[in-house]
Ligand binder design. Structure first.
Ligand SMILES: *Cc1c(COP(=O)(O)O)cnc(C)c1O
Length: 353
C-alpha cells in the first residue's frame, strides 16, 4: 500500500496563457480590453489596511445586495463566488449528485468535464449540430442535470430563450444551469425564466463584460431554494470565499451602468467590424454574440496561423481537439489591437501555406 493508491487523480483544466512580457497583443483569454468602472480606483485609493485584520462578511452582503438591485431579484436568490469558475464548481457539487449522467455539449467550456471528473459525476457530451447549434431534442433524455453556456464558448453562438425554455420544460427533475459568461455582449439573458422554473440556475461573471477578471467575482441567480442549497454546501467548505476589497470593488462597479453600457457597446461595435474584416480575409465563423470570434480559414491551417501570430507577439486561442482544430478563438480587443491583428493576418495569408 502506498498513499499514491488513494489519490484523487484528475487531468486539470489548462487556462489560456498569461505571457509575462508586456509588448504583446493579448487576444487569447477573452479579457476586456477596457479598464473597470472608474469608481473602483477610488475604492482602492480610500481603502484602510486596518480593515484587513478582520474577516470579511461571510454573507458578502454589500455585493449580494448590489446584485439583487441590479438584476431585480431578492438577495436570497443570489450566490457569489471567486469567479464563476468557483460558482459553477459549487453548483456541480451541490446539484449534480445523480447516478444518471449530466449532459453538456461536445464543443463547450472545457472546464465542465474537469469538474465532473474531480467530483466523480458521470457525464455524457451531446454533439452540437454541424453549424455548432444545440438541438433541444438531444436534451430530452433521462439525465442527472444539464449545463451549457449561452452564448456558447468557444463558438460564440447564442441560442434563444425559446430553446432554453423547451429544455427546461422537458427537464423538471434536473437542475438546468445556463452559463451566461458572455451574455452582456448582445444576448438576451434567460433571467426572466426564473419566474417559471425553480430548477433554473443562471451564472454570470464580472470577468468579461465588467473588466474584472483579476478580481475573481462570479455569481449565480436562481430560486431561493436552489441558492439555499448552494450556500449550505459553501458554508460546509469555506465561509470566507470573497475578500473584503473584492466585495467593495464588485459592489462599486455595479453602480456605473453608463460605463458598463459604453464599454460593452464599444466591444460589440469592434466585433461587428472584425466580422467584416475577417470575412474579407476569407475566414468563416459562426455568428458571434460574445466578445470573441471563432474563425476558420478554408485554405490555411489554423495551428500554423496560431504559431505565426505568436511569432508576431499576437496571442489568440487554439485547441488541437476534434471538430475544432481548424479554428482560432480570437478575443475582441480595442480597434487598434484588431488593426494589428488584421495586418499580421494579411501578411501571414500572403506568405501562403
Ligand atoms: C470565462 C468563463 C467562465 C469563468 O469565468 P470566471 O473568470 O471564473 O468568472 C465561465 N464560463 C465560461 C463559458 C467562460 O468563458
Amino acid at each position: 500500500m502506498s498513499w499514491e493508491n488513494n489519490v484523487r487523480r484528475v487531468v486539470p483544466y489548462t487556462p489560456g496563457e498569461q505571457p509575462k512580457v508586456s509588448d504583446i497583443i493579448k487576444l487569447n483569454t477573452n479579457e476586456n480590453p477596457y479598464p473597470p468602472a472608474p469608481g473602483v480606483q477610488k475604492i482602492l485609493d480610500d481603502f484602510d489596511i486596518a480593515r484587513m485584520r478582520l474577516y470579511p462578511d461571510p454573507n458578502a452582503e454589500i455585493l449580494v445586495n448590489a446584485l439583487a438591485e441590479t438584476y431585480h431579484v431578492k438577495p436570497n436568490q443570489i450566490f457569489v463566488g471567486v469567479g464563476s469558475d468557483d460558482v459553477i464548481s459549487m453548483a456541480f457539487l451541490t446539484f449534480f449528485n445523480s447516478e444518471k449522467k449530466i449532459l453538456f455539449p461536445d464543443v463547450t467550456y472545457s472546464f465542465y468535464d474537469v469538474w465532473a471528473d474531480v467530483y466523480q459525476i458521470p457525464y455524457q457530451t451531446v454533439p452540437l449540430t454541424e453549424d455548432f447549434r444545440i438541438n433541444p431534442d438531444d436534451y430530452k433524455i433521462p439525465n442527472g442535470g444539464i449545463i451549457f453556456p449561452n452564448p456558447n464558448a468557444p463558438t460564440g453562438v447564442l441560442e434563444s430563450l425559446d430553446l432554453i425554455e423547451e429544455i427546461l420544460q422537458a427537464n423538471p427533475d434536473s437542475v438546468v444551469m445556463i452559463d451566461e459568461a458572455y451574455i452582456d455582449f448582445g444576448g438576451e439573458s434567460c433571467l426572466p425564466l426564473l419566474e417559471k422554473y425553480e430548477n433554473l440556475l443562471v451564472i454570470q461573471t464580472f470577468s468579461k463584460s465588467r473588466s474584472m477578471a483579476g478580481m475573481r467575482i462570479g455569481f449565480a441567480i436562481g430560486s431561493e431554494k436552489l441558492i439555499k442549497c448552494m450556500n449550505d454546501v459553501k458554508f460546509s467548505i469555506n465561509s470566507y470565499t470573497m475578500n473584503h476589497i473584492t466585495l467593495l470593488c464588485g459592489a462599486e462597479t455595479l453602480k456605473d451602468e453608463a460605463y458598463f453600457k459604453s464599454s460593452t457597446g464599444k466591444i460589440i461595435e469592434t466585433r461587428e467590424q472584425a466580422k467584416k474584416k475577417l470575412s474579407e480575409l476569407g475566414f468563416v465563423f459562426p455568428d458571434s454574440k460574445s466578445n470573441f470570434i471563432f474563425a476558420s480559414h478554408p485554405d490555411y491551417d489554423a495551428g500554423a496561423i496560431f504559431n505565426k501570430l505568436k511569432e508576431r507577439k499576437i496571442f489568440v486561442r487554439y485547441w488541437n481537439k476534434p471538430r475544432i482544430n481548424q479554428y482560432l478563438r480570437i478575443t475582441v480587443g480595442t480597434p487598434e489591437e484588431m488593426q494589428k491583428l488584421f495586418s499580421a493576418l494579411e501578411e501571414i495569408l500572403a506568405e501562403g501555406q
